[in-house]
Design a protein around this ligand. Structure first.
Ligand code: WT7
Length: 647
């Protein structure tokens, strides 16, 4: 581990929301007295219609697995994100929207957002959506996405957002799994000057979704779209006809707020279910503490609302805090590679939060495109999604932030709902590549493969958390058994993250990446099982095994070993077909980098594929393959090595 340390800036700490001393005291309190700590935060960050009678009630045991926070309290998320701000900041901008084209932008005040959300909530009600019903969102990065989310929360409907880059098949399986009767989409989405036909995709998906009765379409690109009378309605027409008066539904703290599908080691993507009270408390608190957010700041998170980062740190956290949140429709390289920094200058952004993969690709274009902009308003920078390599960290810090902005490297997951480990900018010395320290209330442990806690520093092991936190996943939608099996069965009594981590001499944490069969490509999570299943659909494929390998730009690349049916020949054409097949099944993010045709895969005598070996070969580390003697046929390994593909 490199021993570069950037100490806390004295000036920054002097004005910070939380300094080192405060962090220490608050962290101690949060671990020694979690209920007292979280009760205080719940009162500080959220307005409740009715208080709780118990702060937390939980068990990680198989028979009794449950997690509850702020029991029997009542609240409404859209009330917290909108209504309660109206008096003080009705005319303040809530959302700055920056379109794909630099000529396209919009500012929406809290008053305007409140009115549009209320109208749209009434539209949903008119279409029969009731408390507890699921609504699917398949939308570009346009303000209507935030409106739709908040409108769902206003009436107690559960939204399930599907990233606009997912294929019709992926959308259909998510709509069906959560039994959505309403789908909200747009005619097109605009990215880098290109139109993507979202409504066409949604139509294809809905053909296989018998439960869908309504499709609400936002006009974005303006092209003609196919129309199913009775089922399809235009968003703008419906809104104009709806009443702007819609009282917020009183929700229980533990009522579900949203479902978000994410990939795991096995099977189809899981519907991660988050609930209302605890999620909102921690979303708001982390947004303020981690980004050192102050009233009046312009805050920009570049994620898509299709991922959890967009949920928590574009919409719910910032709006609960009455912030001005910037929503960007485009890509970092359009119309040119300075776009991020041009947007920072145009809207005077103070806090900027993005992914290491974006930083690495922009770094590749050199300093010129950054230095042609001022960026003088920036105060805090953040990263999320994958480990950041120290070189990219230093570039982000030195060139983008002019050496004056602390970087918060935030480690968390779809399942954790909000930040779990990160430096606080006024409290922690920064170590490039380290997620540093646990957030309040989070008690990380490193476990050996037998589940024993590894004490002392330095140490490395499986990263687990030994107690619940308010924003954590409550269940896998429709499959509580899978919830237990995925997160709690591996190490009894702990939530297992799927990540490996190291703890250095100072007790700071370094995430080393997934230790399960989950890939992280450009900060996007993909299950190897999903990709293998897609490959298996091709008639000449007998079997496939997919692993990740280190990739300079995307963090991990996708390497597929494919065994063909007897008598079939591998070819470049077939490779191209397989790449296209997977992309069509899952979406453009599932782009296989390398395919190796393999006559046999390394299997144990009981038939289990030894992925450890496949990972090594894909990484070109063929010298340290370890013990291969337990393989049914050790000779397949030689063939795989001899015929490995170039990275
Ligand atoms: C996985 C979760 C949570 C927002 C985006 C991804 C990896 C995330 C970091 C970080 C090292 C990170 C982990 C984690 N990850 N942030 N700062 N440093 N690794 O959410 O799709 O649920 O993926 O992303 O491997 O388990 P996700």
């Amino acid at each position: 581990m490199p021993d570069i340390v950037h100490p806390v800036s004295v000036e920054f700490a002097a004005n910070a929301n939380i300094n080192a001393e405060q962090y220490q005291a608050m962290y101690k309190e949060s671990i020694d007295n979690p209920d007292g700590f979280w009760a205080e935060q719940a009162n500080k960050y959220v307005s409740w219609f009715k208080p709780w009678d118990t702060v937390s009630d939980w068990s990680f045991d198989q028979e009794d697995l449950h997690i509850e926070w702020f029991k029997n309290a009542k609240l409404n998320v859209s009330y917290n994100c909108l209504d309660r701000h109206l008096e003080k900041r009705g005319d303040q901008v809530a959302i700055i929207w920056e379109g794909d084209s630099p000529e396209d932008d919009r500012k929406i005040t809290y008053k305007e957002l409140h009115e549009e959300v209320s109208r749209f909530a009434n539209v949903l009600k008119d279409r029969g959506v009731q408390k507890g019903d699921r609504v699917s969102l398949y939308l570009p990065m346009i303000p209507e996405a935030a409106v739709a989310m908040l409108a769902c929360t206003r009436i107690g409907a559960i939204h399930s957002i599907v990233f606009g880059g997912f294929s019709p098949d992926a959308l259909a399986s998510r709509i069906n799994d959560s039994d959505c009767k309403v789908v909200i989409t747009s005619d097109q989405s605009m990215r880098g000057g290109r139109k993507i036909p979202l409504k066409v995709n949604a139509d294809t998906a809905i053909d296989n979704c018998p439960g869908v009765t309504t499709c609400i379409v936002v006009r974005r690109g303006g092209d003609d779209v196919a129309w199913t009378e009775g089922r399809d309605i235009w968003y703008d027409e419906a809104i104009a006809a709806a009443s702007p008066d819609c009282p917020p539904e009183e929700m229980d703290s533990e009522d579900p707020l949203f479902i978000l599908y994410t990939s795991g080691s096995t099977g189809t993507p899981k519907g991660v279910l988050h609930s209302t009270g605890g999620y909102l408390v921690q979303a708001a608190m982390t947004h303020e503490a981690v980004f050192d957010y102050k009233d009046g700041d312009v805050y920009w998170c570049t994620a898509d609302v299709g991922w959890v980062t967009g949920h928590t740190y574009i919409v719910y956290g910032p709006l609960a805090n009455g912030a001005t949140t910037l929503m960007f429709e485009g890509i970092p390289t359009y119309p040119d590679i300075s776009r991020f920094w041009q947007v920072v200058d145009k809207h005077k952004v103070n806090i900027f939060y993005t992914a290491p993969t974006a930083i690495r690709s922009l770094m590749g274009a050199g300093n010129g495109p950054v230095e042609s902009t001022s960026r003088e308003t920036l105060r805090v920078l953040g990263t999320v999604g994958e480990p950041i390599n120290p070189e990219a960290w230093e570039w982000y810090h030195g060139v983008v932030g002019n050496g004056k902005c602390p970087i918060v490297d935030t480690w968390w997951q779809t399942e954790t709902g909000s930040h779990m480990m990160t430096p606080l900018p006024g409290a922690h010395a920064l170590k490039p590549g380290s997620a540093t320290a646990p957030f309040f209330g989070v008690h990380p442990v490193l476990l050996d493969d037998e589940g024993n806690e590894i004490e002392g520093n330095p140490a490395s092991g499986n990263l687990a958390i030994d107690r619940p936190w308010p924003a954590m996943i409550r269940t896998v939608f429709g499959d509580h058994k899978r919830f237990y099996e995925t997160y709690f069965s591996m190490f009894k009594g702990y939530y297992f993250t799927g990540d490996g981590a190291k703890r250095d001499e100072d007790g700071n944490y370094w995430i080393t990446g997934r230790v399960d069969d989950v890939l992280n490509v450009s900060g996007h999570r993909l299950g190897t099982a999903e990709i293998e299943a897609a490959l298996g659909l091709h008639e000449v494929v007998a079997e496939a095994a997919v692993v990740g390998y280190p990739h300079d730009l995307t963090g991990q690349g996708i390497y597929a070993y494919v065994t063909l049916m007897d008598g079939e020949e591998g070819s470049e054409e077939l490779k191209a077909e397989l790449v296209k097949l997977v992309r069509g099944e899952i979406g453009p993010i599932a782009k296989i980098n390398i395919i190796q045709f393999a006559p046999g895969l390394p299997k144990t005598r009981s038939g289990k594929i030894m992925r450890r070996i496949l990972r090594k070969i894909a990484a070109d580390e063929v010298d340290g393959l370890g013990d291969t003697s337990t393989l049914a046929d050790p000779s397949v390994v030689d063939d795989l090595i001899d015929n490995r593909e170039n990275r």
